[in-house]
Design a binder for this molecule. Structure first.
Ligand SMILES: Cc1ncc(COP(=O)(O)O)c(C=O)c1O
Length: 363
């Protein structure tokens, strides 16, 4: 059980803002209570899905547009094209819209219907493309984006996988926030890797403050021993049909900053997502759940007083037609997970997870 707060927050602390873009950054840290019982370390989750557009990518959407305007890169352009997994598309469409730029989004076939609806609501043009084919395939999103840029000189491709303002956004905001929020006590930062912007920018800032901080990148479905063999820039293949991280290890991954890489099977993480929801009331996207899981594993072996921060990039709400959906789970080979957590008749483990404070069995 977690104690209820005795009252609502001080109303004088409620902010007033001039634009939605001011509601990017300064996201809260929340401590885990149930899953960390008896563990030596404190584990916090950085709730970056509370950015106004619904994901941590708001930081880079805003900063990429800001820097591109400042540097003159957007001069003569009136449209921004983006090829990501959905979160960056929403964020760039939002920042672009308010700064006066139209958006084109290359959408992969399994882009979640929720994100597609948001993109349409923001007025983005949607063009189909893929990320699960070779990079020179005419259907690959990057090839399509290049074509658009070539054929329409008013279109500008943001290239989040290699543009410097992606990690820089986290270097200038996420890192300083976490350092301040933990009073400089952070010992481990754990985050999922897609383009590498979060891990590289945040990690670089934190390690500049304290070089002993562990910066842990997390991923699904990694080929064997990529870290030892330094294969981080190789393509890794994931099973089709999942809401996945980027297909390629992108240029923005800073290998100097990453001190450790942890990969886990998707099924294990989806199962843990329900446990996390029931125990802590945290509803997070799968890559965020992955980071929380790794953070808890690190906490078991941590020193007393260690402060571990796991990063939440997006909310479970974006995955209610996928990893959090019973029929989807059954269709994708996770019937056991659906039985355990969503089918009360066959589940005997799920509903009392919040009451179980034995951390070893919970993580
Ligand atoms: C679902 C998801 N996973 C992981 C990440 C980390 O991304 P990156 O490595 O591109 O910073 C993000 C970033 O917002 C995300 O939206």
């Amino acid at each position: 059980m977690t104690a209820l707060p005795p009252a609502f927050p001080d109303p004088s602390a409620a902010g007033v803002y001039d634009s939605v873009l001011q509601l990017i950054g300064n996201t809260p840290l929340v401590r885990l209570n149930v899953l960390t019982a008896d563990l030596p370390a404190t584990v916090y989750v950085k709730l970056d899905h509370l950015n106004i557009g619904g994901s941590s990518k708001d930081r880079i959407g805003l900063h990429i547009v800001r820097r591109a305007i400042e540097s003159g890169a957007l001069e003569g352009h009136d449209r921004i094209i983006e090829t990501g997994q959905g979160n960056t598309s929403v964020s760039l469409a939002l920042a672009g819209l308010l700064a006066g730029y139209a958006s084109t989004v290359i959408a992969k076939p399994d882009l979640s219907p929720q994100k597609l609806a948001l993109l349409r609501a923001l007025g983005a043009d949607i063009v189909p493309g893929r990320l699960d084919v070779p990079k020179d395939d005419p259907e690959h999103a990057w090839v399509i984006a290049e074509e658009h840029e070539r054929d329409d000189p008013r279109t500008w491709w943001s290239r989040q996988q290699s543009i410097e303002s992606n990690p820089e956004a986290h270097y200038l905001s996420t890192g300083p926030e976490i350092w301040a929020q933990t009073g400089g006590r952070i010992t481990h930062f754990v985050t999922a890797i897609a383009t590498g912007g979060t891990v590289s920018g945040t990690g670089r800032f934190l390690r500049e403050q304290n070089p002993d901080i562990e910066v842990v990148g997390t991923s699904f479905d990694l080929p064997e021993k990529p870290w030892a063999e330094n294969h981080l820039n190789q393509t890794f293949h994931r099973r089709p049909g999942y809401e996945q991280l980027e297909r390629d290890w992108a240029d923005n991954i800073d290998l100097e900053t990453l001190t450790r890489l942890e990969a886990r099977e998707k099924g294990e993480i989806i199962d843990f997502a329900f446990r996390l929801a029931r125990a802590e009331g945290l509803l997070l996207g799968p890559s965020s759940v992955l980071s929380v899981k790794i953070a808890l594993e690190l906490a078991v072996a941590a020193r007393p007083g260690d402060v571990i921060v796991a990063f939440s990039a997006d909310h479970a709400r974006d995955y209610t037609s996928a990893e959090y959906d019973g029929p989807w789970l059954r269709e994708h080979g996770f019937a056991e997970i659906a039985d355990r957590w969503l089918d009360p008749a066959s589940a005997d483990a799920g509903n009392d997870a919040g009451a179980d404070t034995d951390a070893a069995t919970l993580i």
